[in-house]
Ligand binder design. Structure first.
Ligand code: ADP
Ligand code: MG
Length: 256
């Protein structure tokens, strides 16, 4: 395991899909992201773990440009993140995001939730969009619910729809921000199973989660964040069995 130094060269090798290079962000006086250097390779699954308030959500939001950054750069597929307009809308399609709260459109059916983006943003015909959407709903196990409304589904089903909705945009990268934290325990596995399947299919994923089982099964790498900085990284095996920093050990003691 390595304790991270500010050396982007060490982390930008290989076929990088997402690169954060010396990224800093402040909320007023709060230095919420501190010299973040991360490179995620195509097909890699990176789990981000760390105490509440350490900047994990801000990191995810910066990667799909829901937050601006103050210093440094973020690039996707070799290109800097777009700042506005159509290019920004395209970025949001290329980077799928699944949040803790399911954020489905309450007044649209499950099928409509999944076809809306492809039709509006990608300009795909309704029939074709519906066909692909049904395949995705099948894959995440909620095809039977296609004509229902979100409130008629369980939390686990809604979160699986949210994943299908993001996948319908054919993203290059999927960001998951504590996708199972709001779920009842019995529904966590059904969502994690979908994520594990996605990882196996080669999706590039950045996943904020404290689900060790998922990290051990699916993650190539674990990043530990504390107070806005990535303070440690390693394989799940290394990180969970032999954390190097006191901050990581303290944190693991609390959650394990
Ligand atoms: P995490 O996801 O690791 O819990 P966040 O990225 O949500 O952490 O937040 C990191 C810190 O930034 C927290 O102290 C939080 O209160 C603060 N913060 C988050 N969003 C904002 C905002 N829009 N304005 C001011 N402070 C914020
Ligand atoms: Mg968060």
């Amino acid at each position: 395991m390595t304790t991270l130094e500010s050396d982007p060269a060490a982390t930008t090798q290989g076929d990088a899909l997402v690169v954060l290079d010396h990224v800093d962000k402040w909320f007023g006086d709060l230095h919420v992201l501190q010299d973040i250097n991360i490179s995620v390779r195509r097909g890699e699954v990176v789990v981000v773990i760390g105490p509440s308030g350490s900047g994990k959500s801000t990191l995810c939001r910066a990667i799909n440009r829901l937050e601006t950054i103050d210093k440094g750069s973020i690039s996707l597929d070799g290109k800097p993140l777009p700042q506005e307009g159509k290019a920004l809308a395209n970025l949001r399609a290329e980077v799928g995001m699944v949040f803790q709260s399911f954020n489905l459109f309450a007044h649209k059916t499950i099928l409509q939730n999944v076809t809306l983006g492809p039709i509006k943003v990608r300009g795909i015909g309704k029939q074709e969009a519906e066909k692909s959407a049904m395949q995705l709903l099948e894959r995440v196990g909620v095809a039977q619910q296609a004509n229902k409304y979100p409130a008629q589904l369980s939390g686990g089903q809604q979160q699986r729809v949210a994943i299908a909705r993001a996948l319908a945009m054919e993203p290059k990268l999927m960001l998951f921000d504590e996708p199972t934290s709001a779920l009842d325990p019995e529904m966590i596995k059904e969502v994690l199973d979908v994520m594990v399947d996605l990882a196996r299919r080669g999706m590039t994923m950045i996943v904020v989660t404290h689900e060790m089982g998922f990290a051990r099964t699916a993650a190539d790498r674990v990043l530990f964040m504390s107070d806005g900085a990535v303070v440690e990284e390693g394989t799940p095996e290394q990180f969970f069995t032999n954390p190097e920093t006191a901050r990581a050990r303290d944190f693991l003691d609390k959650i394990l």
